[in-house]
Design a protein around this ligand. Structure first.
Ligand code: NAD
Length: 245
């Protein structure tokens, strides 16, 4: 299937975002991957080129609203709008609540929630105009269940859920859907940083008793981005081995 609608994925250089880019390309979509990490974006470019495919990559710090708007505007102008937006970029700055300061809180909110808000407001313009849009926000089981040591992160991810449901209600009539994916523990550099004790404890509360792969999340994102998912909106799809049910 070749689809001319542009899909924009943030946090595209590695981990889950990279897997989503590769899956969407595999499905014949035109994809723009945004990330702050130029080196890893270059590696993504190389991998895609070696496979005989193309990807558009843009190095941008998505917390810099003007830079983000400029990049999205240029992409939308070039490609007749943004059809699919995957707000995937995310960071953690874990600390117990009593040790957390406002900078820890703001930095996580700025990447995980505020940048998703900025990108969504921008993408919605062409989505509403073109009467087609798929917004997919990368939440987390932490936003559904809470997570000790991650109150900033959980707040950002729960915030995404509220924002997604609100957007879904606002623009459903324009054929624009908005959904969240809430991954559980997925094997990426983000989770590799966790201590072994935390990883072992986590496996005990996951019914399938293992961490997920980035491809598990990428397949879910590609489905929510597809024409087949047009009657699904305002939902939170947990890709978590049953952890948050
Ligand atoms: P990751 O750290 O491997 O990748 C995140 C990407 O976001 C990186 O490439 C990073 O450079 C980019 N990024 C960070 N700050 C940015 C900024 N200011 N501007 C542009 N790009 C920026 O993380 P991941 O594990 O692939 O997670 C992807 C998403 O999935 C995140 O939102 C994360 O919270 C969520 N998530 C991950 C897991 C997991 O187990 N890995 C679980 C639940 C939710």
């Amino acid at each position: 299937m070749a689809d001319k609608r542009l899909a924009v994925v943030t946090g595209a250089a590695r981990g889950i975002g990279r897997a989503i880019v590769l899956e969407l390309i595999e499905q014949g979509r035109l994809v723009a991957g945004l990330d702050i990490n130029a080196e890893q974006l270059g590696e993504l470019d190389k991998v895609v080129a070696e496979a005989g495919r193309t990807v558009v990559t843009r190095c941008v710090d998505i917390t810099k609203s003007d830079e983000l708007a400029n990049v999205l505007e240029a992409l939308a102008c070039e490609h007749g709008g943004i059809g699919i937006l995957v707000n995937n970029a995310g960071i953690t700055r874990d600390k117990l609540m009593m040790q957390m300061n406002s900078e820890d809180f703001d930095s996580v909110i700025n990447v995980n929630l505020r940048a998703a808000f900025m990108a969504t407001t921008f993408a919605l313009r062409s989505m509403v105009r073109n009467k087609f849009g798929r917004i997919i926000n990368m939440s987390s089981v932490a936003g559904v269940m809470g997570q000790a040591g991650s109150s900033n992160y959980a707040a950002s991810k729960a915030g995404l859920i509220g924002m997604t449901k609100s957007v879904a209600r606002e623009v459903g009539k324009k054929n624009v859907t908005a959904n969240c994916i809430a991954p559980g523990f997925i094997m990426t550099e983000m989770t590799a940083a966790l201590p072994d004790t935390v990883k072992d404890a986590a496996k005990q509360i996951i019914p399938v008793r293992r961490f997920g792969q980035v491809e598990d999340v990428a397949k879910a994102a590609a489905f929510l981005a597809s024409d087949q998912a047009g009657y699904i909106t305002g939902q939170v799809l947990c890709v978590d081995g049953g952890m948050a049910m």
